[in-house]
Write a protein that binds this ligand. Structure first.
Ligand SMILES: Cc1cc2nc3c(=O)[nH]c(=O)nc-3n(C[C@H](O)[C@H](O)[C@H](O)COP(=O)(O)OP(=O)(O)OC[C@H]3O[C@@H](n4cnc5c(N)ncnc54)[C@H](O)[C@@H]3O)c2cc1C
Length: 378
């Protein structure tokens, strides 16, 4: 039987990923990526003709949510198959598809994604990384700086958002370039983050990085369209990341609240402990429903409808995650702050979904303006 919300195939995929993640909890992150890829989980959204699973963001987000729920989230899933894989599958040249999609799907190669700059975070219209064409060779020369780019060291290349000059109007327009990790002039410095995660964030410098003509993704004139094609999956996947983390924390708290007895009954019998956990569960379920809606609209080809839902899902999931982690830590009392119980580090980690890839305030700005029709405030 198929339900409106999730098909039987989706439920089976959820159960399979959940079982896989529990079995592999102790293994290293690199191993987990490879093994998940071997089972078809990492490339589940990529086209079948290039070695992917032929599914969509609905399936990919479900995989990430279940990995996170088991305590083994793979942050790079937001980037490598979801943003980069989607953009290349939808807009890449045949050569780019052949070179990258099978490798992204089987996990043998990863791609990072760099848009944020020191002076262009929330306001990505201000990016200044610029590509100019070397007329003699047809190569591109890319110059600029990026910050907070995740996983550049473990990714074989980074999809860099830059600008090229439009020869007709002289205006700068966004364009996407595949920059190999070891390209001369492409340097990185890890940022000292307070996050306990295997995926590091980097500051990048691009100093006249010479790229062949084939490094430009797709069509020079469709940069913005291509960029947006990757940003909706990014938001939906960030929602999945946050919901997974929230469910993981909540699971730990519920188990603790059932066992821990301070007076005569387990602490979970006190409504002061039980109700906030129930509220956290409801908030996570609601966020997941919006994530499923966004994924459904995106996979059905409704980019505009998916945009609003993806923003709302990311917002709801970020808030639900922060609240679930906060309540989980509190439920464990002093143990909530020990390393042994592993929840304290999530206080920092849970904030990520509130900030990235688009902050809570920018989503509220978007909904105020686009959905409610209120005057634009920025
Ligand atoms: C763990 C982590 C991983 C990341 N990975 C990547 C990656 O792989 N690739 C990449 O390109 N980037 C990445 N980022 C960057 C992320 O996308 C940015 O941090 C995010 O876009 C916010 O930009 P900012 O940090 O410059 O904040 P700012 O834009 O400086 O904003 C600061 C604060 O001001 C608020 N604000 C700004 N403008 C307004 C306004 N008009 N109205 C109301 N409030 C406003 C914001 O909401 C925010 O709270 C990552 C960030 C983190 C934390």
């Amino acid at each position: 039987m198929t339900t409106l919300i999730e098909s039987d195939e989706h439920k089976a995929l959820r159960a399979a990923v959940s079982g896989f993640a529990k079995d592999h909890h102790a293994s290293t992150n690199g191993d987990l990526w490879q093994q998940a890829a071997k089972l078809g989980y990492i490339g589940v959204n990529l086209p079948e003709e290039y070695g992917g699973g032929g599914g969509g963001i609905a399936e990919l987000s479900l995989v990430l949510e279940e990995l996170g729920t088991a305590g083994s989230p793979l942050l790079m899933m937001i980037v490598s198959p979801a943003i980069c894989g989607t953009v290349i599958a939808r807009f890449g040249t045949d050569a780019q598809k052949r070179e990258w999609l099978p490798a992204l799907a089987d996990g043998s190669r990863l791609m990072a994604f760099g848009i944020t700059e020191p002076d262009a975070g929330s306001n990505s219209h201000r990016i200044t990384t610029t590509a100019r064409r070397d007329e003699a060779s047809g190569d591109w020369l890319l110059t600029g700086r990026k910050v907070f780019v995740s996983g550049v060291d473990i990714a074989d290349a980074t999809l860099i958002v830059g600008r090229t000059e439009d020869s007709r109007t002289g205006r700068l327009k966004p364009c996407l370039f595949i920059v190999p990790r070891d390209a001369p002039g492409f340097t990185r410095r890890p940022i000292d983050m307070e996050l306990q995660a295997v995926e590091k964030q980097f500051e990048l410098v691009l100093d006249d990085v010479r790229l062949p003509a084939g490094a430009l993704v797709g069509d020079e004139d469709a940069g913005l369209l291509q960029l947006f094609a990757g940003l909706n999956p990014e938001r939906i996947m960030t929602a999945a990341f946050a919901i997974g983390m929230g469910r993981y924390a909540l699971g730990k708290a519920i188990a603790y609240a059932r066992e821990r007895t301070v007076w005569k009954t387990p602490i979970g019998a006190h409504q002061a402990i039980a109700h906030p956990l129930a509220q956290a569960h409801i908030d996570l379920e609601l966020a997941r429903l919006m994530m499923q809606k966004a994924a459904h609209l995106y996979d059905a080809g409704d980019d505009a409808g998916a945009g609003e839902a993806a923003n709302m899902a990311k917002y709801a999931a970020g808030e639900a995650c922060v609240k679930a982690v906060d309540q989980a830590v509190h439920t464990l009392g002093g143990n909530g702050l020990t390393r042994e119980f592993g929840l304290a580090s999530l206080i920092t980690a849970s904030r990520v979904a509130r900030i990235a890839p688009v902050s809570r305030e920018m989503i509220l700005n978007y909904v105020s303006h686009q959905t409610l029709g209120l005057p634009k405030s920025y």
